[in-house]
Design a protein around this ligand. Structure first.
Ligand SMILES: C=C(O[C@@H]1C=C(C(=O)O)C=C[C@H]1O)C(=O)O
Length: 359
């Protein structure tokens, strides 16, 4: 190396150390400012102050870095200062495992649990169609020792001409069945004004994929004290999914169950693409239980079982799937619901598989 290059680099290293020492001093001052702000009850982030400082710096900028570069560099420094000023609690989301390392366990009156290294199943018809239909499935589930049933009464369908669900009448049917068979009832709510009405019928309010970013619905769900089963949006990133859960938690409801249900990709072999990697990512990043809906993710009965096993193997707390006494006449999703025979073999196998993973 030439002597000239070497000596220039040595000077740069000295400057690095000087910048570091100045950043340390600046950081300590920012922390003190943060403490003052806390005493005064003012916000950590002060955009007006940052703007004034940036204007001053740009006025004094003589190059060689252009104004925009100087702006970006100092914005990073300001951001680092505001992060320093925030308490640990303010740095992390409520749903984050960093804030709460232990798993959230959702508990029910009939002894059922979602989370806590138990594998829990939620089965039932896509739509509530009649008392007889729900009772047939509920009896089958109760006989198997299952603790939950699902069924849609408010159906957000792609086409407005498709069956839209029985509404409150459907919730009453579910509640009747719950009273007969002692199962917890999971059903979707699509209207923020309906939580109150649905409270007497349901044990879990589901927020469906199409409503994952319906923020008014999420906020209302957060004000209830029932568990919320939140499904991942069709095209939602994992980060967006986590923020949707944060909307619920931030309003005071921490009983949230996340559900991966497949995302839209270019692949046409399945109805959606089951994002199996989302399960361990959500388990790592949040303290919430995570379930996998193998019906909506695959849309294919022939691969539901291996996908359900995969879900349990990667750490899912449970699996959801659709079961209908007579799928051929179902008013929604006729092609992908299991009949009771198909369900019998699916259930036997998945219960066996669950034993491998329950601690
Ligand atoms: C340090 C402060 O807090 C924040 C950080 C700033 C900085 O690093 O200079 C400026 C404004 C605030 O967003 C302050 O208010 O002065």
């Amino acid at each position: 190396m030439s002597n000239e290059l070497e000596s220039l680099r040595e000077r740069i290293e000295v400057i690095n150390d000087e910048i570091l020492a100045l950043l340390q001093e600046r950081g300590s001052l920012a922390k003190k400012i943060g403490e003052e702000k806390r005493k005064q009850g003012t916000q950590v982030y002060d955009p007006q102050r940052e703007k004034e400082m940036l204007n001053h710096l740009i006025d004094n900028n003589k190059g060689p870095y252009n104004d925009n570069t100087i702006k970006q560099l100092f914005k990073e420094i300001f951001k680092a200062s505001t992060d320093l000023q925030k308490s640990e609690n303010e740095k992390h989301l409520y749903v984050s495992r960093k804030l709460k390392p232990e798993d959230t366990i959702v508990q029910f009156d009939n002894g059922a649990i979602i989370g806590n290294n138990k594998k829990t199943f939620v089965f039932g018809p896509c739509s509530v169609e009649s008392q007889e239909q729900v009772d047939t499935v509920a009896k089958d589930l109760a006989d198997r020792g299952e603790k939950f049933i699902r069924g849609g009464a408010f159906k957000p369908r792609t086409s407005p001409y498709d069956f839209q669900g029985l509404g409150e009448e459907g919730l009453k049917i579910l509640k009747n069945s719950k009273d007969k068979y002692g199962l917890n009832v999971v059903s979707e709510i699509v209207n923020p004004a309906h939580f109150e009405m649905a409270d007497e019928y349901l044990d879990v309010f589901q927020i469906g994929a199409r409503n994952m970013q319906n923020f008014e619905l999420l906020k209302e769900a957060g004000k209830t004290n029932k568990p919320i089963l939140l499904k991942r949006g069709l095209s939602a990133t994992i980060e967006e999914f986590i923020y949707a859960a944060e909307y619920i938690h931030s309003k005071g409801n921490n009983n949230i169950i996340l559900c991966e249900r497949g995302i839209r990709t270019y692949e046409t072999a399945t109805r959606n693409t089951l994002d199996i990697s989302a399960v361990p990512i959500l388990k790592q990043g949040t303290h919430l239980p995570v379930m996998v809906d193998v019906t909506h993710s695959t849309g294919r009965k022939d691969i539901m079982l291996p996908c359900a096993k995969a879900a349990l193997a990667v750490g899912a707390d449970g699996v959801m799937a659709e079961v209908h006494p007579d799928p051929s006449v179902a008013l929604s999703d006729a092609g992908q619901q299991m009949d009771l025979n198909e369900f019998d073999s699916f259930h036997k196998e998945i219960v066996q598989a669950a034993k491998l993973y329950e601690k």
